[in-house]
Design a protein. Sequence first.
Length: 434
Amino acid sequence: MKKSLFIQGGHIIDPSQEIDEIGSLLITKGKISWLGKGEVVPPQTDYDVLNAKGLIVCPGFIDLHCHLRQPGFEEKETIATGTQAAAKGGFTTICCMPNTNPPLDNQFVVDYVKSKAAAEGVVRVLPVGCISKGRKGQELAELGELASAGVIAYSDDGEPITNSRLMRRALDYSRAFSLPIIDHCEDKVLTEGGQMNEGIISIKLGLPGIPAAAEEIMVARDLALAQLTGARLHIAHVTTEGSVDLIRHAKEKGIQVTAEATPHHLTLTETKVIGYDTNAKVNPPLRTERDIQALIRGLRENVIDIIATDHAPHTEVDKLCEFALAAFGINVFETALGSLMSLVHNGQLTLVTLVAKLTGEPAKIIGDKYGKLGTLATGTSADVTLFDPDKEWVVDTTAFASKGKNTPLAGSTLKGKIMATISQGKLVYKDDSL
Ligand SMILES: [Zn+2]
């Protein structure tokens, strides 16, 4: 093993530095130590070489929204398996949601996750703390204590903050710590019993529907409260055309809001539920083609700032049951790039925009609390992802690093594959063919 790693002759895409050309990178002591454009070699010779010819070389992907299930639900996923799955998916920084057992509503649980991640994780794990104690939506968690413990945002994800007064206070207090509030927007009264998107298909299948309005009502409320408080609001997993319109309007008014969309909501419609495939059961539900087009347009116009996975692993038992009883959630890390690349191949997104939504843009939301992320700038942490934009592969869930196999994409052919992932200078995943 040489002192440095030389990534030679790849197509470097780093939106943070507006780089989109052939070049090479040198990694030394966990940092990007040199970046050269064109066909050049670095000013030193003591390195191992990783040939990146024909590959995209970009900052490691950053996921603002995933579920690692530990502590409490280790049968679904652990920090060890979740971070390995993330590495296979090209992610070098992942932010884990606090709906564990116990939830991340105090510094001790946050410390536990951080120390587990340091000992067993292969990529950087940044915790999201709860908004309310026990995620019960009644009393605010100790937001200051959580900020000191190192959380990068607050969320009760899985549960919306139903009480508007509590949401207002959370937004108010969050300003003191300069951290965003991430809301899972759902009017629970309207979605009660709902299994899938409400429309013709839910009627035909005889499944209770989840109307688009259930999301949009909460998006509208949260935007009004963000305006009232001047706080930073981040809307999780946006799925409807109406939500995109509301966020666009709020941004035009100068409200401090950011928003995310997931790979599945950007690429799959409610038709995936036909046949009662429980692996297509997710909350918020898969919507319509019209919603997908609105989300993609939102990405292009920066109404939707980032792509986040909402990676939600479950056991086979959680999904091998009647549709109404199955758990909500899709396993995403290992298929994210392959499914998102379909938007590039069909001309709806540029490769540069896709990379930005997975790197520099989520880094802006996280801020510099853990150093500068989402860039290949020299001197920053060597978090690098290499992928082949054209390589076709078949999704084989038995080969997943994740414990969860719950994806409606099992058996599908995807075009675009992660070839290597480097996290803080360490090669944490390499495709066999490289
Ligand atoms: Zn959620």
